[in-house]
Design a protein around this ligand. Structure first.
Ligand SMILES: [Zn+2]
Length: 270
């Protein structure tokens, strides 16, 4: 049996995560991507659609369901350009896996195409390559998924903190103001994803959080999407060994995508 550890950080987690997150924002950045909290303008009311797809049937287009993939960044000029490229690579691999399984896929970013990003001479760190990235606001990302409309949402990220020894897998789901998941099943999906990512990645730990419990605020993309969703932080690229793996091994990135896909398949089958 797979590990099923679900760490829902209510009190302790709030303190740990909040301090890590604020530290990042001011130093070199835990990858919190807060956007802005949507409390003031009303959170999504899309709960009615939660978990409505069994994964067994196909929709009118012949697809099992619609999956919106959101490779993180840049959401402002110069925002995490290297991570943006790594996120896109995992996103393309994940799209291929989902399409092969009968899902339709929409990506929230449309700058570097798949052939270009996987070309042998593509340099993740190259200024010319990074200049291909187009800023995509968090609002446009969630708007695209809502308008499609998507049945499932997956935002793909990699994490960073100032302590370079840190390297764990983290999966986050969105919580309402009462610290309950916006969507039934989101915690289960997130925890399954954490388990698979922990197996696939070269990390030494794993956590699953609700955004508000962990961070003290809601993450834009999880608060403003009207379908069940998760945000993955597969590993910490601030760890030098991990950075090397992410930067040089597309096979490693494919393994990450396979983990996210396997978790999605297990969750939707359940
Ligand atoms: Zn990120």
């Amino acid at each position: 049996m797979r590990l099923r550890s679900v760490l829902v950080w209510i009190a302790l987690g709030t303190a740990i995560a909040a301090s890590a997150c604020s530290a990042t924002e001011t130093q070199s950045g835990l990858d919190c991507d807060p956007g802005s909290d949507s409390d003031s303008d009303g959170d999504t009311d899309g709960e009615a659609d939660a978990g409505s797809d069994s994964g067994a049937d196909t929709d009118t287009d012949g697809f099992i369901a619609n999956v919106c993939l959101d490779p993180g960044h840049p959401s402002s000029d110069g925002d995490k350009l290297w991570e943006s490229i790594i996120n896109r690579k995992v996103g393309f691999y994940l799209e291929d896996l989902l399409r092969a399984a009968g899902y339709d896929v929409l990506q929230t970013t449309d700058d570097i195409d798949e052939e270009t990003i996987f070309a042998d001479d593509f340099d993740n760190e190259g200024p010319a390559e990074q200049a291909m990235l187009v800023v995509t606001s968090l609002e446009s990302r969630t708007d695209d998924c809502n308008a499609w409309p998507a049945d499932y949402f997956i935002s793909i990220h990699h994490n960073a903190v100032t302590d370079t020894s840190v390297n764990y897998t983290l999966t986050i789901y969105g919580e309402d103001s009462g610290y309950e998941p916006w969507f039934t099943g989101a915690l289960d999906w997130a925890s399954i994803t954490t388990d698979y990512l922990y197996d696939a990645m070269n990390v030494d730990g794993y956590q699953t959080w609700g955004d508000r419990s962990a961070l003290g605020y809601g993450l834009w993309v999880l608060q403003n999407t009207e379908m069940i969703g998760i945000l993955t932080e597969g590993s910490f690229y601030s760890n030098p060994d991990e950075y090397g793996l992410l930067n040089t091994s597309n096979d490693y990135l494919y393994g990450e995508a396979e983990a996210i896909f396997a978790a999605f398949a297990e969750f939707t089958a359940g």
